[in-house]
Ligand binder design. Structure first.
Ligand SMILES: Cc1cc2nc3c(=O)[nH]c(=O)nc-3n(C[C@H](O)[C@H](O)[C@H](O)COP(=O)(O)OP(=O)(O)OC[C@H]3O[C@@H](n4cnc5c(N)ncnc54)[C@H](O)[C@@H]3O)c2cc1C
Length: 423
């Protein structure tokens, strides 16, 4: 993985061997990303014996490749969630709202290196219609006590360094991390709490016999009373139907060389930014002063999409359009990762028989949320649940899953048109 994060990591890979033995634990976790690690840590902290296995290196999936934006919330508001799920919908909403504060506390409590910065997030609007919606969202957030600031075009120019947007708002709750360093530091914290971690140990099969689960890997096996499947968009055929319940969608990213003198004019306050387009764009500066920008350049669910040069040229054009002054700064990094998209844009928790649990699908907003949900889930699986619940749903196939490349390619073109024509 030649991402900016893998070349700029300051935390070395965690020492996690591949599983070469038979081991018995109370809770086995499949997937070494943020949700697997956070659940493992919080369960182990209250005395549960936990082992986690990861197919690649720790942080191999979305957790080690993402944009590192620490954003609050889930993609639906409290009224919509409560109407659909009742109290558990409010529980999920609350976890989303608390998530950035929770991550900040966790970073401080566990002394996690990961360049966590609480500089706020700017949401930009790409047209007047989106600006009107943003004004109303910002008003509601202010009414709930959050010090959100409206930004006009001049203020956007000052804070972001681009004249391309008519306005937006600033939300002080946001922040940023170096995601791969954070994943590695979470792994360190897990080990210190007693979690046994195995890298390069893909789960090949999962079977329930005599009251226990047995997970077989190429070199060994885990036996556990409880299992969490935390494989998100990298889900394979391990659990029947699970891979069909979400869409793995590539999000592409590019990063420039360090900005040098331009750094004072582009995001001088180091905020993270995302915009209101349907085909969302997000950007920020990296801890080492580069400009990075990401988005859905094309629809692809391939794990090898980093070879698609054309996708990156779309992003490079967008970057130069938003920041013409950065045109001469070379683009040094291109990479991609799979986002887990669900049909309702919500994370899915499946509580299956025999203490088999699944937590997947953050729809591109999991950096903060997966840490908070992992705390909730770890406590629950260790037998000390928090008072609140989140919705439990059955595993359902995503419509058109078998034709996803074609259908979503068409959907993307349609959304691009709507974005261009101001809807
Ligand atoms: C390019 C990109 C940019 C993003 N930007 C942001 C952002 O700026 N802000 C934000 O909030 N969110 C962002 N996200 C989303 C965020 O990264 C994810 O929501 C979060 O990392 C999900 O964590 P996870 O642990 O569920 O999944 P992952 O980190 O994907 O972990 C799943 C792991 O399971 C492993 N696995 C799969 N199958 C097996 C098996 N059979 N056996 C063992 N292991 C297995 C995989 O190797 C993988 O490492 C982005 C995502 C991507 C891809």
């Amino acid at each position: 993985m030649n991402s900016l994060w893998s070349t700029s990591a300051t935390v070395p890979p965690v020492d996690a061997p591949s599983l070469q033995e038979e081991r018995m634990v109370e809770l086995a976790i499949i997937g070494g990303g943020f949700i697997g690690l956070s659940t493992a840590l919080h369960a182990a902290e209250i005395g549960c014996s936990v082992a986690a296995i990861e197919a690649g290196e720790i942080g191999y999936g979305a957790s080690g490749r993402n944009g590192g934006q620490v954003n609050p919330g889930v993609k639906l508001d409290e009224t919509a969630l409560a109407a659909r799920f009742g109290e558990s919908g409010r529980g999920l909403y609350r976890l989303g709202q608390e998530a950035p504060d929770y991550l900040a506390d966790l970073v401080a409590r566990k002394n996690l290196r990961g360049s966590f910065r609480r500089t706020g997030v700017i949401r930009l609007t790409h047209n007047q219609r989106a600006l009107a919606t943003a004004r109303s969202v910002a008003k509601d957030l202010r009414a709930s006590g959050i010090a959100v600031e409206d930004l006009d075009a001049a203020e956007v120019k000052k804070r972001v360094g681009t004249a391309r947007y008519p306005g937006g708002f600033f939300d002080p709750r946001g922040g940023s991390v170096h995601p791969l360093d954070l994943a590695r530091e979470m792994a360190r914290a897990c080990k210190e709490a007693g979690v046994v971690l195995f890298a390069n140990s893909p789960a090949l099969s999962l079977q329930h016999r005599n009251g226990r689960w047995r997970i077989v890997t190429p070199g060994g096996a885990l036996t556990a009373r409880k299992v969490l499947v935390a494989t998100n968009a990298y889900t394979d055929a391990l659990l029947p139907g699970l891979a069909q319940s979400l869409l793995p969608v590539n999000s592409f990213q590019v990063a420039t060389a360090p900005l040098g003198d331009l750094a004072d004019r582009i995001l001088p306050g180091e905020q993270t930014v995302y915009d209101s387009r349907r085909l969302i764009l997000y950007f920020r500066k990296s801890p080492d002063g580069r400009l990075m920008l990401g988005g859905r350049a094309s629809f692809s669910s391939s794990r090898n999409a980093s070879d698609k040069v054309a996708d990156y040229s779309v992003l490079e054009k967008v970057l130069h359009d938003i920041f013409p002054t950065a045109r001469d700064v070379p683009i040094t990094h291109h990479w991609t990762g799979l986002v887990g998209v669900t049909v309702d844009y919500l994370p899915h928790y499946h509580a299956l028989p025999d203490d088999l649990h699944v937590m997947i699908g953050y729809n591109g907003r999991g950096v903060a949320l997966s840490h908070r949900v992992g705390a909730w889930l770890g406590r629950k699986l260790a037998g000390k649940p928090e008072r609140l619940e989140i919705p439990t749903t059955p595993i359902k196939p995503f419509p058109f899953h078998a034709w996803r490349e074609t259908v979503l390619h068409l959907g993307m073109q349609w959304n691009r048109l709507l974005d261009v024509f101001g809807y």
